[in-house]
Write a protein that binds this ligand. Sequence first.
Ligand SMILES: Cc1cc2nc3c(=O)[nH]c(=O)nc-3n(C[C@H](O)[C@H](O)[C@H](O)COP(=O)(O)OP(=O)(O)OC[C@H]3O[C@@H](n4cnc5c(N)ncnc54)[C@H](O)[C@@H]3O)c2cc1C
Length: 409
Amino acid sequence: MRPDVTDHAFDVAVVGGGPAGLMAAETVARAGKSVAVFEKMPTFGRKFLMAGRGGLNLTHSEDFERFVGRYGARAGALAPMLAAFPPKDLVAWAEGLGQPTFVGASGRVFPKAMKASPLLRAWLARLEGLGVQLRTRAEWMGWGPDGGLLINGEVVRARAVVLALGGASWAKLGSDAAWVPTLEGEGGAVAPFRAANCGFDVAWRDLFRERFAGEPLKNLALRHGERVARGDAMVAGYGLEGGAVYALAASLRDAVEAEGRATLMIDLRPDLPVEVLERRLRGPRGGQSLANFLRKAVKLSPVEINLLREAHGLDLPSEPAVLAAAIKAAPIVLTGVQPLERAISAAGGVTFESLDGLTLKGRPDVILAGEMLDWEAPTGGYLLQACFATGVAAGKVALERLEHEIPLS
Ligand SMILES: Cc1cc2nc3c(=O)[nH]c(=O)nc-3n(C[C@H](O)[C@H](O)[C@H](O)COP(=O)(O)OP(=O)(O)OC[C@H]3O[C@@H](n4cnc5c(N)ncnc54)[C@H](O)[C@@H]3O)c2cc1C
C-alpha cells in the first residue's frame, strides 16, 4: 500500500527536475512508492527544453557496442545502466508519450516534433497521474541536523534521496554546480568541471571573421592527432564550433589546456581522394582567378577558399599537387577553449570512485544520476541517453534501498 504522502515526508525525494531526476521519479512512482521532485527553478527541464531548440537529439541508432564506446574512459561504469535502458527503450518511452521518433541521416534519433516541449508536457502530466509531487522553486540547500534534506530552509524527510543536479554548463538554466561543497562535505570527490562539446578560439584575420562568422562548413573530416570526426562545423566570430568540432572537443580541450594551443586538420573534401582533386586542378585555368578556378573545378565555396587562406597563408600555392594536398589538410590553430557557460555539456563531476554503484560512499541513502556524474560524451544523443539511463538506474537503487530499510515513522 502507498504510504501517506505528507508535505514533508516521502519514500524517495528527487532533487533536480531535468531528464535524469524526472526519470528516477517515474521509476520510483511506477513501483507505487511516494516520491517528490524538488526543482529550484520556476519550471522543470529548462536545459532539456534548450536541447529541444536544436531538434532534441534523444539518442543514436548505431550498434550498442559502438554506442557504449562513445563514453570513453567511463564506458565500463555506464555500460550496465545503458544496457538496462538502451536506446530502443528510450525511443519506446518517447513514443509512449505520444512523440514518434525518426532516425536522421547521421543515425541520430529525434522526435518528429523536433522539439522538447510536447514531450516534457506529456511527461509531467504522466508523473502527476502517477502521484509524483512536483515542486518548483524548491531549492535543496544541504542537510539538516537529523540528516533530512533542507529544501528552502525547511526539513524534508525521505528514506532515499536521488540527486540529479546537472553539470555546470549554461548555469542560468539551473545547473550551476552550487552543490559541489555540500557533496564534498559528505565525502563525494568532485572532478573539476570543464567545458565539453564546446567551441574553440581561432585568431582569424579580421576580414575573414567579419565576412564569414555564422557560415557553415559542410561535410568535413576533422583530425586531431589520431582522432578523426566527420560532419559539419560553423565559423564563429571567436573561432570554430559545431558537431564535428564537438566530437573532437575532449582531446582538443586537453591539448589546449596543456600546451596553450592545438592544431585541427581540416579536410574540406574527404570523399575525394587527393589524386582526383589533383587531376581536377590540372584542368585548364585560363584567365580565371584562383578563387574562381577553385569554385568551378572543386566546387569550393567562398568560406572554404578563404579558410584555406587562413590555414596556408594568403598566397595559396598554384601547383596542382600542392594545392590538392592543401585542400585535404588545412591546419587551423586553436588558441583557447570557449567557457563552460557556453558549452553544451560539462566534463567532470562526482567521480565513480567515490560511489558504490550510484550510491555515495558513506551515505547509503544518497543516490546520484545524470550529468553531475563524472562522464562525458560527444553530441549525437549520447548525453541525454546517459542521463535517462542513469535516472532509471538511480530510481531502481532507491527502490532497493526502500526494501532494506525501515519505513518512516
Ligand atoms: C544548448 C544545448 C543543447 C543540447 N542538446 C542536446 C541534444 O540534442 N542531445 C543530447 O543528448 N543532449 C543535449 N544537451 C545536453 C542535455 O540537455 C543535458 O546533458 C541534460 O539536460 C542533463 O540532464 P540532467 O538531468 O543530468 O541535468 P539538468 O537537465 O541540468 O537538470 C538538473 C536540474 O537540477 C536543478 N538543480 C540544480 N541544483 C539544484 C538545487 N540545489 N535544488 C533544486 N534543484 C536544483 C537545475 O535547476 C536543473 O533543472 C544539450 C545541452 C545544451 C545546453
